[in-house]
Structure formats: structure tokens, C-alpha cells
Design a protein around this ligand. Structure first.
Ligand SMILES: O=C(CO)COP(=O)(O)O
Length: 262
């Protein structure tokens, strides 16, 4: 399969945790634990709160650390009268490479629908940020057996109007809502079923080169002890990690999953 040509990506979504001082300590621990070779083999990215981005940027740039960073959300709008929002251009100026778009917590607590998510994907791409586009079904949808159709429809909605060139720059993350922060991980086969379907949809809509190159992550209770088996699936290229990314040793162990692969 084409998997070996896709560089694995481990992204730590810190959510609304870690103030800017603790962010510095956490990034330092990651950087001191992971070797240059490890950081070449696996791309490691942290996604702090907005208030920590400047501190993280200063540290990573100043010490030339081989860690990527990005934000957890952005406004769909250009700079202007949008109190409390953050524009993509501001994130780009801070050196962010990534921005999470459409996380299920944003969809649930901020009523973000596919139209808003699509506008945010566009805003990210317009500012040369790589969107980490999150899709995934809730428990009711899974129990009704509609998880594949639901998730593929979210992908379609978020990428509506984007060209193949643009979609080639997107990272997708499949995060079943029932697995987030619950300790209930999807089985590797469950995750592969959906992620395989997402890749097939990218192939159908945007062609082979986009589908073969696209990195698709799994997220939802990823821990050091389940990463290797998840990463062994043919279409899974990395993980979007919540809780375990707040503990340096755990996130480092996740990034070292290859040591545990049979
Ligand atoms: O939502 C997630 C990452 O974006 C997953 O969170 P947990 O790893 O805490 O389940």
C-alpha cells in the first residue's frame, strides 16, 4: 500500500488546558525526550490554546526545535469587527502551520455546522495553514449503523467548493464522539473501516494523488498502550491526541509507537 510514503503525524490537542507557562515546560519536555531522528521519522505537533501560542512559537523558533504547532480553531472571517475571534492571518503571522477545524466540541458547544466548518477550512487554506479537519459520529449514529455515511457526508460538506490542489493540503482526523475522553477507543478495525471509507471518498472526489498522499488521523482515547495497533492499520497515518498529550511521558510514548509494533 501507499502508506509508507505518508509521514506519520502525532498531534497533541491540548484543548482548554495548559497556561502559557506550563506550555513552555511541556514543549521543553517533549523536545528533550524525543531525538532528532525520532522527530524526523514522525511529525510531532502541539495544538495549544491561543494564549500559549506566542510562548510556544518563541521557544520552538528560538531553540530551533523540530516540533510543529498550531491552533485549535480560527474565524471563518477576515480581520474585522468580530469580537473575541482570531483570524487565520493572525495565526499565520505567529508561525502556526496547523489549525484544527470542526472539532466535535466546537460542533457541539458552538453549533458549528458543515457550512461553518467549510468556511473555516477555506479560511485556513487561504492563509496557508493546514486544516486538521475533524469528522466523526456520535453514539446514536454509530448504534444505528450509519457511521460511515455520516462521516463521509461531513467530509463532503467541509470540502465543498475546494479544488484538488487545496484538498491535497488538508489533514483529516476521524474522531468518533463516543470515544473522546471516555477511555473507549474505537477498535483498530472500527477506525480503519471509517478511515478507509474517507480515503475512498477523497479518491472518488479528488483523484488518486490526493487520496494517496492525504494523511488521515484517528482520535479518541489514544494512549501509549493502544497506539501501535491503531497505527498498524493501512489507512491510519497518525493520531489526534487529547488527554494523553497533556502528560509529556505519555505523548512521547505515543510518538514512539513504532517501538511497540510487532
Ligand atoms: O478530542 C480528541 C483530540 O482532538 C481526543 O481526546 P482524548 O484523547 O482525550 O479522547
Amino acid at each position: 500500500m501507499a502508506k509508507p510514503t505518508r509521514r506519520p503525524l502525532m498531534a497533541g490537542n491540548w484543548k482548554m488546558n495548559v497556561n502559557h507557562l506550563d506550555a513552555i515546560a511541556l514543549v521543553q519536555k517533549l523536545a528533550f525526550s524525543l531525538s532528532e531522528q525520532e522527530l524526523e521519522a514522525v511529525e510531532v505537533v502541539v495544538l495549544p490554546a491561543f494564549t500559549s501560542l506566542r510562548s510556544v512559537q518563541t521557544l520552538i523558533d528560538g531553540d530551533k526545535l523540530k516540533l510543529g504547532y498550531g491552533a485549535q480553531d480560527l474565524s471563518p472571517h477576515k480581520p474585522g469587527a468580530y469580537t473575541g475571534d482570531i483570524a487565520g492571518s493572525m495565526l499565520a503571522k505567529l508561525g502556526c502551520q496547523y489549525v484544527v477545524v470542526g472539532h466535535s466540541e466546537r460542533r457541539a458547544y458552538h453549533a458549528e455546522d458543515d457550512t461553518v466548518v467549510a468556511a473555516k477550512v477555506k479560511a485556513a487554506l487561504d492563509n496557508e495553514l493546514t486544516p486538521i479537519l475533524c469528522v466523526g459520529e456520535g453514539l446514536e449514529v454509530r448504534e444505528a449503523g450509519e457511521h460511515v455515511a455520516h462521516t463521509v457526508a461531513q467530509l463532503d460538506g467541509a470540502l465543498a467548493g475546494r479544488s484538488a490542489d487545496e484538498v491535497g493540503k488538508v489533514v483529516v482526523a476521524y474522531e468518533p464522539v463516543w470515544a473522546i475522553g471516555t477511555g473507549k477507543t474505537a477498535t483498530p478495525a472500527d477506525a480503519q473501516e471509517v478511515i478507509g471509507a474517507l480515503r475512498a471518498r477523497l479518491r472518488e472526489s479528488f483523484g488518486d494523488s490526493v487520496a494517496d498522499a492525504a494523511r488521515i488521523l484517528y482520535g479518541g482515547s489514544v494512549k501509549p498502550n493502544n497506539t501501535a495497533e491503531i497505527m498498524a492499520e493501512p489507512d491510519i497515518d497518525g493520531a489526534l491526541v487529547g488527554g494523553a498529550s497533556l502528560v509529556a511521558d505519555d505523548f512521547v510514548a505515543i510518538c514512539r509507537y513504532q517501538q511497540h509494533q510487532k
